[in-house]
Design a protein around this ligand. Structure first.
Ligand SMILES: *Cc1c(COP(=O)(O)O)cnc(C)c1O
Length: 386
């Protein structure tokens, strides 16, 4: 084959999430904020930590926002605050990041894996009810539900909260991907007993390292979590009233997040414009995400469901064109080595199994230019038509 013919210069590879574009926009504001922390030197629980917490609480309308070391620790702190222990069952979706179930297992309790809905990718209330029966059949005590707002879209909280009320279960929102979204006019951060979010760099609101926060309106739970995040401290950290964590957020990360929170609303609007363009230009040939009229998403991911058997070849072909994609998640948790021994609701999680074979996430960030998006859409349309 004549390589000079039919080969075009490879196009510049696109970013899956372009953090450098955000950095350019924030310009020296973040550097100045870091400099201020270096100058005052209060690296642990410095003034920026309390400042960020009050801004996070105001942003979502929660009574308390408690920053911590990661989204995973935010989940752990709530579970510890609720006294989760061996013999307890906590219901979690199987189509999620491992942290959602990991925190349950770490406390010696049993995660019960629940299936998700094929369109929202979020907890299926029918499977949740089945999971409760599965837990009771195993002589476990169901104590709570962790609902995940996957890819930035809130779960179906009216249905889930109703099941929680009827069964005396607490409800924790794993909002690692959805902080900034809303469910029926209620901001994420105000739903259920508590909300956990993550500031991992690639999340919609990310810092430059690990970080997280818990939001709650429950005064007693908030007080307990503040103690648990500093080794279960009483009067001070040398007075230990229970077993806790070293779970604080660094002052430097708080200072960075204060600057990023300033532009977060605007970035959410930009993410929605990107999502809207994808839907308009791809919705006729592939299953694109649908946002119910009474919810908003912050588009942590823009995730398609491809026709059976086509996903991996499409991802490969896009990669060859310089278009990165990602698979969240290639295996549901109940099929992971570490979690395979935990119970699954009813007879399994067929929707999660099917999704793990067919989902594909496209580049999504607030700074995705129209021309680059047109390139992604063009390549995908051509591949799906062939
Ligand atoms: C990212 C993520 C977490 C964990 O957050 P970290 O800050 O990385 O610990 C938990 N749950 C979900 C759904 C996530 O996407």
């Amino acid at each position: 084959m004549d390589l000079a013919l039919g080969t075009k210069a490879p196009a510049k590879p696109l970013a899956f999430i372009d953090l450098q574009a955000q950095r350019a926009r924030l310009s020296d504001r973040v550097e100045r904020a870091i400099q201020r922390v270096l100058d005052h030197g209060r690296f642990i629980m410095g003034p920026e930590v309390a400042e960020l917490e009050s801004r996070l609480a105001a942003f979502c309308g929660a009574k308390h926002a408690i920053s911590c070391s990661s989204g995973t620790d935010a989940l752990s702190l709530v579970l510890m605050g609720k006294g989760v222990k061996p013999g307890d069952a906590v219901l979690v979706p199987t189509f999620t990041f491992a942290a959602t179930a990991e925190v349950v297992a770490l406390l010696g309790a049993t995660p019960i894996f629940v299936d998700v809905l094929p369109n929202s990718f979020n907890l299926d209330p029918v499977s949740l009810e089945q999971g409760l029966r599965t837990a009771k059949g195993l002589d476990l005590r169901p104590v709570g539900v962790i609902a995940v707002d996957l890819f930035g879209l809130p779960a179906d909280y009216d249905a889930i909260a109703e099941i929680c009320r009827a069964n005396d279960l607490w409800l924790l929102d794993d909002a690692a991907q959805s902080f900034g979204a809303a469910y029926k006019g209620r901001p994420i951060g105000t739903i259920g007993d508590a909300t956990a979010t993550s500031f991992f760099p690639a999340k919609p609101l990310g810092c430059y390292g690990d970080g997280g926060a818990v939001m709650t309106d429950d005064d007693a739970l908030a007080a307990r979590i503040k103690s648990l995040r500093v080794h279960g401290k009483g009067r001070d950290k040398y007075d230990n009233v229970e077993i806790g964590l070293n779970g604080r957020l660094d002052t430097l990360q708080a200072a960075i997040l204060i600057e990023k929170l300033e532009i977060f609303e605007d970035e959410i609007a930009a993410r929605n414009r990107v999502a809207h363009r994808y839907a308009e230009r791809l919705g006729d040939i592939v299953q694109v995400p649908q946002v119910p009229a009474d919810m908003t998403s912050v588009w942590a991911q823009y995730t398609l469901v491809l026709p059976e058997g086509r996903r991996d070849a499409v991802a490969e072909a896009l990669k060859a064109e310089g278009i990165p994609t990602a698979v969240y998640y290639p295996l549901p948790l109940h099929r992971q080595t570490a979690y395979a021994s935990y119970p699954v609701a009813g007879n399994g999680a067929p929707v999660s199994d099917q999704l793990s074979q067919s989902v594909l996430s496209l580049p999504m960030h607030p700074y995705l230019e129209e021309a680059d998006q047109a390139r992604i859409v063009g390549a995908l349309r051509q591949l799906l038509a062939s």
